[in-house]
Design a protein around this ligand. Structure first.
Ligand code: SAM
Length: 231
């Protein structure tokens, strides 16, 4: 079932009747962040051939509720739902046709909800709090990353995790995959140090607990939300 509701209910919950639900946003709302359009499957699924392993390396565990920001066709969203079932996984993407592909992939995965929304406005749209929020290969397009992180904190449970996967800050012409340079322009890439400083500027409550290399061209940092500090 594809609903054409423009707003999802507050708070959101798992789809009924084992159906994956997509709430479609109005066409006027939001826009795709720069350099974040979904890569062709041909090379993306080869680059990330073991998404479940990647998610586990990035700290995802059974039973965690998940928010996947800029989920694309669900290459990580669907494996995440399998890892955490029956906990809820919510995938958000602005590109409705891409999200429809995620729906197709999620046919047998009832604990997954797909929202056609702008990730910049998601904190105003849903009231749920999640154990694990992830943004994979999309952070570099944010217009105001400090403000974004500040707002995302409100969607994390105390001691929840915020996981960011980024392209390595190396020249684009060096990130060759299947014979072509891939990924965002060199100048858009964010180093691990820069990511750490953005999160620190946003809040003292998110502390980096792990940084991992995700070869050949990515890295990830996992942050944990401290429950005792207000700022
Ligand atoms: C590079 S793709 C990564 C997709 C997915 N995270 C993955 O790693 O397989 C970035 C995704 O972010 C989505 N996106 C871009 N701007 C967005 C926005 N403002 N709100 C929601 N999604 C957005 C794009 O449509 C695209 O599917």
């Amino acid at each position: 079932m594809i609903s054409t509701e423009q707003r999802c209910p507050l708070p959101i919950s798992a789809p009924e009747n084992d159906q994956i639900r997509i709430t479609q946003m109005s066409r006027q709302q939001g826009r795709c962040l720069p350099a974040t359009s979904m890569p062709d499957r041909e090379w993306w699924v080869k680059l990330w051939s073991q998404p479940e392993e990647t998610l586990k390396i990035m700290g995802l565990q059974a039973g965690m509720s998940v928010l996947d920001l800029g989920c694309g066709y669900g290459h990580f969203t669907i494996p995440a739902a399998r890892i955490v079932k029956p906990a809820l996984v919510v995938g958000v993407d602005i590109d409705f046709p891409i999200l429809a592909q995620a729906q197709q992939a999620a046919k047998e995965v009832p604990n997954c909800l797909l929202l056609n929304q702008d990730i910049l406005t998601i904190p105003q749209i849903i009231t749920n709090q999640f154990d694990y929020i992830t943004i994979h290969s999309t952070f570099h397009g944010l217009p105001n990353p400090v403000e974004f992180v500040r707002q995302i904190v409100s969607l994390l449970k105390p001691e929840g995790y915020f996981s960011v996967v980024n392209w390595q800050p190396i020249p684009r012409e060096q990130t060759i995959w299947l014979d072509k340079p891939r990924g965002p322009k060199t100048e858009l890439r964010i180093s691990p140090q820069k990511l750490l400083s953005i999160v620190k500027a946003a809040t003292q409550r998110l502390v980096a607990v792990q940084q991992v290399d995700l070869p050949p061209y990515h890295y990830g940092i996992i942050f944990k939300l401290l429950c005792c500090l207000k700022y």
